[in-house]
Every structure is written in C-alpha cells, then in structure tokens.
Design a protein around this ligand. Structure first.
Ligand SMILES: O=C(O)/C=C(\CC(=O)C(=O)O)C(=O)O
Length: 296
C-alpha cells in the first residue's frame, strides 16, 4: 500500500454553535498510533496516526464532553487501539468494536469491561473484503446485555439487507442513515425507503451524520456548507427524535480530497436539530441511553 494519508483538518475552526453540557460525540475513530497498534494486513487505507490525545483535544475544542469511539476498518478485528483510547479517557469514552464472529463469550465480556457497548457490521465493499451475514447473526444473538449493533451500508443495498437486519435481536444503529442521496431532497426515494425501514421497528436508531460525505462534490453535492444535507436530514431528525445520535466522524477516514473543517461540521447541528430540546436529545439524552444508561 502507498503512503499514509491525512484525512483531518490541521486547525479546525471554533464552532459558532455551543453544544449543551454533557454532549457526546457518538461517532469518531482513532488510528494507531501505528508503532503501538499496527493496522490490519487487510486495511483498505493506511492513515497517519490519529490517537487519543488528538481526539480528546478536539473534543474539548469543539465543546463536547464525551466520545463514542467506533472501531475503524483499518484496525480490522483487533480492538486494542480503541480500548486503549477508552482506557485513557477517564470514563469519558465508550466504544463500538468490530469482532471476529467466532469470538468467545469470555472475550465479549472482556470487551464490555473495557467500555465496549456494541459491535459494528460494515457492508461497504471498498472497506471490507467480506461480510458474512450468517456469522454476524450468530454473534448478534449472544452479545452482552444492553449491547446493540451498529451497521454501515449504502442506500442501494438497504432492501437486500432487510431480512438480515430484521433478524437482529438487539437495537440497530445505522451509520450515516445508510448513506442516502441527500440531493434527492427530504422526499426523495432514498429517504422514503429509509423511513419505511425505520417504521418497521421502533428500536432502529440512526446517525444523521457526515454532511461532508453525503453532500460531497464528488458525490454530486455542492460541498460545505452542505445545504442539501440540511434540507434532506432536518425533517428526519424531527420525526424520529428519540432515535438519533450524532458524531463528528473525526478523523474522517478516506476524506483526504475534501477534508472537512470540524467547526463547520458542529455548526450543522442547529440546522438539522433547530430547538434546544432536539439538540439535548440528539447530543445528550439519546447517546447516554445507549452508552451510559447507568448514569441516567
Ligand atoms: O468512518 C466512517 O464513518 C466511514 C468510513 C470509514 C469506516 O467506516 C471504516 O474505516 O470503518 C468510510 O466511509 O470510509
């Protein structure tokens, strides 16, 4: 593989928007540091180090209190870097792991001890070689109490994944709303299909995240300030306000051609959740229900 890539902004602006006290950045990642936590041999991208020090400095800069660290594909099923970051957070981070479906119950319990509260199934072909649905279901059926499944897919396979997702016996959290084409608008075919899916169960949550990915110029959008994203996503957040959590997606894996300013990413929040009540649900109450329920 070629050179290591940098996908994050070197000096993100201070957002104009101030998140409420206790706000959770519920979708972010750590990369390495590689010398301590080597990347997977199967990694589809090789990033520069973006470890916990950088992540926690950004958290403070943006006005957040906690992080949910989602294991990124470049670390495969070795969750050591994610666990290390959680351990260094002084209780201010929890995580979502990627596991070999054959993982033992004892190892799942150890992940729980380390602050993990869910596992992620990634169906993006550009990120993973295979996603064995039968094995994923088997492990989803024996997760520790209170865990959920985070799932990442693109809109064109939503229907194909329905029987699999319908069979998952724990709450589902969909990354980036399953990547709808936001340029279709709030009533476009992708948003309609996603709403139909949300209506099928009341324990499907989602992240109204990644304006930088979904409204990117290379995706046919217009880029920052991501107006198509705001127009398409605000009605969805209003209609499903008890099932939304939000995150920066820092260090924005693979976004090296259109690196977003994290201050601008945070300033999207009042555009998709315009009232204080909505913002509190999106940033505090809902993520606390999933990741720190014992504190509620
Ligand atoms: O970070 C994200 O949300 C999205 C990613 C990277 C990713 O998920 C991974 O590497 O596991 C992407 O679309 O390239």
């Amino acid at each position: 593989m070629s050179d290591r890539i940098v996908s994050w902004h070197g000096a993100p602006s201070k957002p104009a928007y101030t998140p409420p006290a206790g706000a959770v950045d519920a979708h972010c990642h750590v990369f390495g540091p590689m010398a301590q936590f080597p990347f997977s041999a199967k990694a589809k991208y090789l990033p520069e180090d973006a470890g916990p020090d950088k992540l926690f400095a950004l958290r403070d800069h943006l006005g957040f209190s906690r992080n949910v660290i989602v294991q990124a594909s470049c670390h495969g099923t070795d969750n050591a870097a994610t666990l290390d970051a959680i351990a260094k957070s002084q209780g201010k981070a929890r995580g979502v792991a990627v596991v070999d479906p054959a993982i033992s119950d004892a190892d799942l319990a150890a992940l729980h001890e380390g602050g993990i509260r869910g596992i992620r199934f990634n169906f993006l072909k550009r990120l993973v070689d295979d996603a064995p649905k039968d094995k994923f279901l088997e492990v989803a059926r024996r997760l520790p109490q209170g865990w959920h499944v985070v799932i990442y897919f693109e809109a064109d396979i939503l229907e194909e994944l329905r029987p699999f997702m319908d069979a998952i016996p724990v709450p589902l959290v969909v990354d980036h709303m399953g990547r709808p084409d936001v340029t279709q608008g709030p009533d476009g075919a992708d948003m309609k299909a996603f709403r139909t899916f949300l209506e099928s169960r009341d324990d499907i949550w989602f992240k109204p995240t990644c304006p930088d990915r979904l409204d990117a110029i290379k995706e046919g959008g217009k880029g920052d300030p991501w107006n198509a994203f705001a127009d398409a996503v605000a009605p969805l957040v209003a209609d499903y306000q008890d099932r939304v959590i939000w995150g920066t997606d820092w260090p924005h894996p693979n976004m090296q051609d259109e690196i977003p300013d994290d201050g601008h990413i945070v300033d999207m929040i009042p555009r998709i959740a315009p009232t204080e009540d909505l913002q509190r649900k999106l940033l505090v109450t809902n993520p606390m229900r999933l990741y720190w329920p014992e504190e509620l």
